[in-house]
Design a protein around this ligand. Structure first.
Ligand SMILES: Cc1cc2nc3c(=O)[nH]c(=O)nc-3n(C[C@H](O)[C@H](O)[C@H](O)COP(=O)(O)O)c2cc1C
Length: 230
């Protein structure tokens, strides 16, 4: 039996929608089938940060990464033109993968069940609200339920929180998720790769997420590797 290659990607209402959009682009370009769901607060953040209005009940890929969407323009603007790969259009290769949208309250979706096989789930960005719900196992929407399923099935669950400073309750929720087997991977880009543009910071975080998912990508130079491009 082939190992599953489907990945669940949930967007929630923390700042940093671009991290999730870039992750979706990269996963699709590697030929993955990505199950996407987003919260109502995530839609509000998409609007504030990317000028997009995805509908959590009827979302389509065009609402997130259409070739001519503001997100595409924004990613393009963030890509330094003198970088290898920069000549490629934004979302180049995204057609290699498949995007399946699930309504936030569709508990009959495959990803709500442990019998549906996946290679892992990422909540990116992850709000403190969803973080708390996952830590408590609330399962009041599809994002929380799918996260709960990933933990109980001992599959990869990666949450990408964005908040600062952090309080005791938030830190305690992160501890609970780690103890339950999840990975807490904050949107905290390093700077040792000498970022030249915002996309370099975004890619730093996306590359770390892909490392934990076991998805091979070459997005950011690793410490100890010589920089091939400036
Ligand atoms: C523009 C905007 C930015 C926000 N940024 C954050 C953030 O960085 N971190 C966070 O935890 N919540 C943030 N929030 C608040 C969450 O969206 C809010 O707590 C919401 O209830 C989370 O719901 P969800 O977990 O269902 O997405 C932000 C809200 C808005 C409108």
């Amino acid at each position: 039996m082939q190992p599953p290659s489907d990945i669940v990607l949930a967007f929630t209402g923390a700042s940093g929608a671009l991290y999730g959009v870039r992750l979706l682009e990269v996963l699709l370009a590697t030929g993955r089938r990505v199950h996407v769901t987003l919260s109502h607060a995530a839609a509000r953040v998409f609007e504030a940060e990317l000028g997009l209005s995805p509908d959590p009940e009827r979302c389509t890929i065009e609402q997130i990464i259409a070739q001519r969407s503001p997100a595409a323009d924004r990613l393009n603007a963030l890509r330094p033109v003198d970088r290898p790969g920069a000549q490629g259009k934004p979302f180049a290769g995204a057609e290699r993968g498949e995007c399946v949208f699930h309504r936030l309250n569709d508990f009959s979706a495959g990803i709500a069940s442990g019998s549906f096989r996946t290679a892992g789930m990422v909540v990116c960005p992850c709000s403190m609200g969803t973080l708390a719900a996952i830590a408590q196992g609330l399962s009041t929407n599809l994002i929380q339920r799918a996260a709960d399923v990933h933990l109980k099935e001992r599959r990869k669950l990666i949450v990408v929180p964005r908040e600062t400073p952090l309080g005791l309750i938030q830190l305690d929720n992160m501890r609970k998720i780690v103890e339950a087997g999840g990975v807490v991977l904050p949107a905290m880009p390093g700077m040792y790769h000498q970022p030249q543009a915002i996309i370099d910071l975004v890619d730093f975080v996306v590359a770390r997420i892909c490392d934990h998912l076991g998805v091979e990508v070459d997005l950011a130079p690793r410490w100890g590797e010589t920089r091939s491009a400036t």
